[in-house]
Ligand binder design. Structure first.
Ligand code: PMV
Length: 321
């Protein structure tokens, strides 16, 4: 009745921003991501302890309030499916600071879903595990399958899940994460999603989505790095414009974020090809070919105030450990 699972964070090349159903976490649009090899969560779930109460520990600290409630709500879904009532001990460890836009909820809920279902004696196939993870945190469904992943929007809960497009060895693409700040973000993505309709640009974002997804899938399939990069960078800017123009407006960038973005475009103009993408936080993800990682790291090392650089390859999805 105890299980441990590890799940990677993922970076979306085409983003999930806005839901058609708040409770079921059904997205307004499909999204595309890669799993990250060096940013992950390891979670253990134990139903066997004869405990008086549910307990949740994250990064060595016992959590309460909303954070605990969100985890236990997810555990309740699993207890219901398995027909068990035992109290639970959840312990989760991130190898990166949570709440900084490095997708801790994605890796966290993916690892929790796999460990908890296993500990409860359930054997879910990848599709149902992905659906379950989605109910905990939307983007978590993309951390279940391996490698290059597509989350199909689906119009019902059963149809909204992620699947693998290509495996980890498909293409030598890397994500160099430039950590420019690890302060907690002001507005969580859960709150941010709810504001999308207030941006005048959201309708046009959604209108162009199907074409954008088709275009990036074609670029990935034909290994056209330049095409893929142009699409993913424009997409990140597009999402942040919606964020900044919603009411209240959401600014996830810091001055350092913008500095890195502009430099990346300048370096590209001089032949060093990488493209930026940014989630709901200030850190910048640089998507590049493996052969260019060292050149990029050299360039980045000359910028003052960068806290950390994390070089990721494309990783498998959630696994029991
Ligand atoms: O899964 P959530 O609710 O944390 O939303 C993820 C939002 C973004 O990271 C900004 C985009 C994405 O697709 O990962």
């Amino acid at each position: 009745m105890k299980a441990v699972a590890k799940a990677p964070a993922n970076i979306a090349l085409i983003k999930f921003w806005g839901k058609r159903d708040e409770n079921l976490r059904l997205p307004k649009n499909s999204s595309i991501s890669i799993n990250l090899s060096e940013i992950f969560t390891v979670t253990s779930v134990d139903f066997s302890g004869g405990l008086d109460d549910d307990g949740v520990v994250i990064d060595g600290i016992k959590v309460d309030g909303k954070e605990k409630e969100r985890v236990i709500t997810h555990i309740d879904r699993i207890r219901k499916m398995a027909g068990i009532k035992s109290k639970v001990a959840v312990s989760s460890r991130n190898n990166f600071p949570k709440g900084t836009g490095l997708a801790s909820s994605a890796s966290g809920f993916a690892a929790l879903s796999l460990a908890a279902t296993k500990a409860a004696g359930l054997e879910l196939d990848e599709r149902y595990l992905s659906i379950l993870a989605r109910l905990g945190s939307g983007s978590a469904c993309r951390s279940i399958p391996d490698g290059w992943v597509e989350w199909k929007e689906g119009d019902t809960s059963d149809k909204s899940y992620a699947h693998s497009l290509f495996g980890t060895n498909y293409w030598d693409v890397c994500d160099v994460v430039v950590v420019v700040g690890s302060f907690g973000k002001k507005v969580s993505s859960t709150e941010g999603h709810a504001l999308v309709e207030s941006s005048p640009f959201y309708t046009s974002r959604i209108k162009g989505m199907k074409q954008k997804i088709a275009d990036i899938k074609r670029a990935i399939k034909s290994k056209d790095f330049t095409k893929m990069g142009e699409i993913l960078e424009t997409e990140a800017i597009n999402m942040h414009v919606v964020m900044m123009t919603s009411g209240p407006s959401l600014f996830y960038w810091s001055p350092k974020t913008l500095e890195v973005m502009l430099l990346v475009q300048e370096w590209r103009g001089n032949g060093l090809e990488s493209y930026f993408t940014i989630d709901a936080g200030p850190n910048v993800h640089l998507i590049c070919m493996k052969k260019d990682v060292n050149k990029l790291k050299m360039k980045l090392s000359m910028i003052e105030g960068i806290e950390k650089i994390i070089v990721n390859g494309v990783a498998n999805g959630a696994r029991l450990v």
